[in-house]
Design a protein around this ligand. Structure first.
Ligand code: GDD
Ligand code: MG
Length: 352
């Protein structure tokens, strides 16, 4: 069985982080995001190949995962000549397939039992099975109505507030029969959410829902990207380097240099090669990427720093995200909600 990971979007809501780093490989702690999805797919022994459906910066993604041998699963890349939308991408990547295929949005993190979804798909002899999950506000997602028999009755992408009739949304995980792809036109942008799913319902095909209420998040915005790190630090999602344990004392790489007089408060994650000078404070829910330098008197709190950042003396960084190689000048104040792209330089004494 093959799995298609839809990983070709531009990641526009995560800009400027995604200008140099496509969303599928933004780091979650020290690992590119798709590692976590591939770990989940590997739990299903039947899945023998992962097809990465790419468009935006495909080479960068290929460089990270190669042929998959390091991860223990075969990886193949299908690069669209131009973005084909979610439906077009699935057809382009899975056109030649003859057996059921697992499809995953390349930006959702979850601990779903994929084997159970595949079993339901087979038991119900479904043409398509979709995973649903409850959320507080469905407006940023695809709203899905079902009947008592868990058949999908309505699919409404990005509903307006007055259109919200349920809190169940499309979790971005499907089992599909490739012979239903005939209704997706070739080589033009086509949305699985706006066109393919509604067409299955119109044609009365067996379209089944699997409801999952465990951990699920779409990492596609700065708020959610930050939330994922907090959830893992709090043990709500089990992942290395915390493996489900609340990181109360912080997960600190063995070679991190913390000078006497510096304070590190968990939960936090400090990666290899980081140096923290005297009088600096790394507060809760901070992630400091490898090789970063934190100078005297700096305060970092609730922030994610990608590798090789330098934060100069007495600067304060709160609830922000800093891309790779940022240089924050002396006494700078980085205010909550700030997101800086790679190699940003902030002049001494600025407030941003
Ligand atoms: N190959 C390829 N080509 N992939 C694409 C394209 C494309 O043209 N467009 C989007 N993708 C990929 C994105 O990289 C992402 O992994 C996935 O398809 C979904 O796109 P998003 O842009 O993240 O969509 P969304 O989050 O607004 O909504 C989708 O996900 C929600 C769950 O997180 C929809 O499927 C909603 O119905 C769903 O609720
Ligand atoms: Mg998304």
């Amino acid at each position: 069985m093959k799995a298609i990971l839809l990983a070709g979007g531009m990641g526009s809501r995560l800009r400027p982080l995604t200008i140099q780093t496509p969303k599928p490989i933004v780091p979650i702690f020290d690992r590119p995001f798709l590692h976590y999805q591939i770990d989940l797919l590997k739990q299903v022994p039947e899945i023998d190949e992962v097809i990465l459906s790419l468009n935006y910066q495909p080479r960068r993604i290929e460089e990270v995962f190669g042929d998959g041998s390091q991860l223990g699963i075969k990886i193949r890349y299908v690069v669209e000549p131009a973005p084909l939308g979610t439906g077009g991408a699935i057809k382009y990547a899975g056109g030649g397939l003859r057996e059921s295929v697992v499809v995953f949005n390349g930006d959702v993190l979850t601990q779903i039992d994929l084997g159970a979804v595949i079993r339901l798909h087979r038991e119900r002899k479904a043409r398509a099975t979709i995973v649903l999950t409850p959320v507080d506000n469905p407006s940023a997602y695809g709203l899905v109505e079902t009947d008592a028999g868990r058949n999908v009755r309505r699919f409404l992408e990005k509903p307006k507030p007055e259109e919200i009739t349920t809190n169940h949304i499309n979790a971005g995980i499907y089992i599909l029969e490739p012979d239903t792809f005939d209704r997706i036109p070739s080589d033009v942008p086509w949305s699985i959410e706006r066109s393919y799913f509604p067409s299955l319902i119109e044609r009365g095909e067996t379209f089944v829902a699997y409801v999952y209420d465990g951990y699920w998040i779409d990492i596609g915005s700065p708020e959610k990207y930050t939330q994922v790190h907090r959830d893992i630090m709090d043990g709500r999602f089990a992942a290395a380097p915390f493996l489900g344990q609340p990181a109360r004392h912080g997960a600190i790489a063995p070679d991190v240099r913390i000078e006497a007089g510096a304070v590190v408060e968990g939960p936090c994650f400090i990666d290899a090669g980081v140096a923290i000078k005297a009088g600096a404070r790394i507060g809760p829910y901070s992630v400091v990427g490898g090789q970063s330098q934190i100078e005297e008197g700096v305060v970092i709190e609730g922030s994610i720093l990608w590798p090789s950042c330098r934060v100069s003396r007495d600067a304060e960084v709160r609830d922000a995200i800093l891309g790779r190689n940022c240089h924050i000048g002396q006494s700078v104040i980085v205010t909550p909600g700030t997101v800086l792209g790679d190699r940003t330089v902030v002049t001494d004494f600025s407030r941003i």
